[in-house]
Design a protein around this ligand. Sequence first.
Ligand code: NCD
Ligand code: ZN
Length: 348
Amino acid sequence: MEKPFFITQPDDWHLHLREGEMLATTVPASARVFARAIVMPNLSSPIVTIDQAKNYKQNIIKHIPASSNFTPLMTLYLTDNIKQQDIITGKTEDIIFACKLYPQGATTNSEFGVTNINKMYPLFAIMERYQIPLLIHAEVNDDKIDIFDRELAFIDKHLIDIINNFPELKIVMEHITTVDAVEFIKEQNHNVAATITAHHLLYNRNHMLAGGIKPHYYCLPILKRSTHQQALIDIATSGHNRFFLGTDSAPHQLDKKQSCCGCAGCFTAPFALELYTEVFAKENKIGQLEKFASFNGADFYGIPRNTAKVKITKKSWQMPDFLDYDNEKFKLLGANETWNWSANIEHH
Ligand code: NCD
Ligand code: ZN
């Protein structure tokens, strides 16, 4: 057997925990190896006020296992009517970590999202002044733009302009999926970064569409062709310090995925570190995993790196099909496949 190796405990910089009873499943699943997670605010009733953010955080905390040091980092959901004061108070009272911009209609629960990004500029100026990061679902929602081109269209239409106007604003292009995004982010300065999911590293659109349509691979931004996948693998495993781990784990009930109009989102958080490790190992880049998973995000956001260690062991195992709570089923991405690495937090 190969010798296990250790990395600093990682963080998940983009996570959907959902709400209510589901937290009993999702929170322990992420808390198993991740120390911190940026929690997305797109609940069915989105998190748009400080009171909602506080309340949501309390509900999450109730489900953190006693043995875990998990810390949820809360976000506000930007709408056309979001109150400037909520954002300022959220930051000054240390309730929110960042704000999330969803173009209206771009993805799951984005119907309250922003309709005109230019009108948000006064708010971006406030965020820049108070040093509140702007996290972006960077896709245009436009019927005339092909779904595979919506990320690039967002860069051209909005992102360049936002970056030029707010050079001191920390901006994260979330869950990037294209070589265009990789190249664009590389060209920016230290205030602009990107997260990459495990599923965009492991899969491409053939996995979703060739030989039958497989709805569990359907997420937004949608999986692209393999050349884009390879560009993501190359940058994630390169050690470049402005690309880091964000699972975008986004569970939906089985019947909402396997439907005539299935929901977007892949459920990866329970074994996410194992999935990422698989990618780095296949590339012979295990040595770069810690930067991507545990250092780059913390450094970008200007918060301390974690100190605990995670032990990663080479060992084949089969992912179970589902994680259940009560009678609901949540299918895991990578279910029934064999995986070669397993990760466990080391308690001292
Ligand atoms: C996410 C969800 O279900 O909340 N879905 C997804 O496909 N990624 C929303 C999002 O991050 O786009
Ligand atoms: Zn997301």
